[in-house]
Design a protein around this ligand. Sequence first.
Ligand code: OGA
Ligand code: ZN
Ligand code: ZN
Length: 394
Amino acid sequence: MRTVSVHRAVIGRRETRVVRPSPSSTLTGLVAVDPFGAAALVAEFPPVWLRDNCPCSECRDPSSGQRLFGLEELPAVLGVSGVVPDGASVVVRFTDGHRGVFARDWLLANRLDGYDLDPRTQDAKVLWRPAELALDRATFTWRRFQDDPDHRARCLDSVLRLGFALLRDVPVSPGAVLEVAAGFGYVQETNYGRLFDVVTRPDAPNLAFTDRPIAPHTDNPYRDPVPTLQLLHCLANEAAGGDSGVVDGFHVAATLRADDPMAFAVLTRTPVTFRYAAPGVDLVATAPLIAVDPRGRIRGIRYNNRSAQPPRLPYPEAVEFYAAYRRLATLVASDQLRFRLDPGDCLVFDNTRILHARTGFAGIGSRHLQGCYADLDAVESAWRAHRPQGTFGG
Ligand code: OGA
Ligand code: ZN
Ligand code: ZN
């Protein structure tokens, strides 16, 4: 029997497991010289972990790979009674009489050495400040997106890593934004329709439909869940003004955390209510401006000065909240990447991270954008499916 320390020494130093390991990171060779002993295996994987993840055809449906039992069906106390190496596999006997065969490669790939990387958190992103990001790096063309799988993958990657992509040469025709959205996932219809026209109109129910400037914001914070992907396609932009801007909300939040951790904490724990009311519609959602994952990593920004409601907080919390909110607002205002959308340009962005803005406009020339919403999980899925090694079991 091997001791834990011997086993660990052979396995090598633990490292954080990431969702997309490169093929060269497998440690098959090392394991081949270290047949798992029962004590070593159990030291590495709790018996219930192994039993729950047994790949046999009694435990998993062979065609879908999906699990066929619930954890409550296993005995509360479960042990491993024997481990026998068998070539590239290890045969494990459990105290409930079950027998599981585990491939060594699989055990190594799933060793308990950290957490899966949540692709929605800051850890999976490239945070940027405007001065350091050339717009070209996030610029793609719709024709190549359709014809060239690598161009498309790089564009999806830009949305996932940088938070946005600028697609040029989209046809300047009404409704084209829906075709672009289909390249990224599935359109989410809202009270604004499958798509919405950003044009000035009288009695506008939203500042977006006026010629006023719009400060950096995320869309639809009054919705739960918020649409996680947004597209804005330019059909005309002849007005004076009407320039665009984007802000990396994750970078801004990370800066706030570094500069003023207390203010950051206040914004992660203070619920803010957003509301949008128009004839036949009254949408309300309450959530903090900065969402973090269970490990405290930045995972979402919900920020919109137009639709934020009066905070109902105890007096000291209201004071503390406004001080923190103002610090965030100041960072947001100074961190914009500015550019101009021309007809045929379509901005595609992560609405849980990237704040978007426009300057006010005036004059006789027309300005017309069409927008729609979709979701980021489909972008992740398309990006992963493009990769040859991008399949996951189960
Ligand atoms: C919007 C919006 C920006 C623009 O419609 O959500 O923010 O450039 N529009 O008009
Ligand atoms: Zn089994
Ligand atoms: Zn908007």
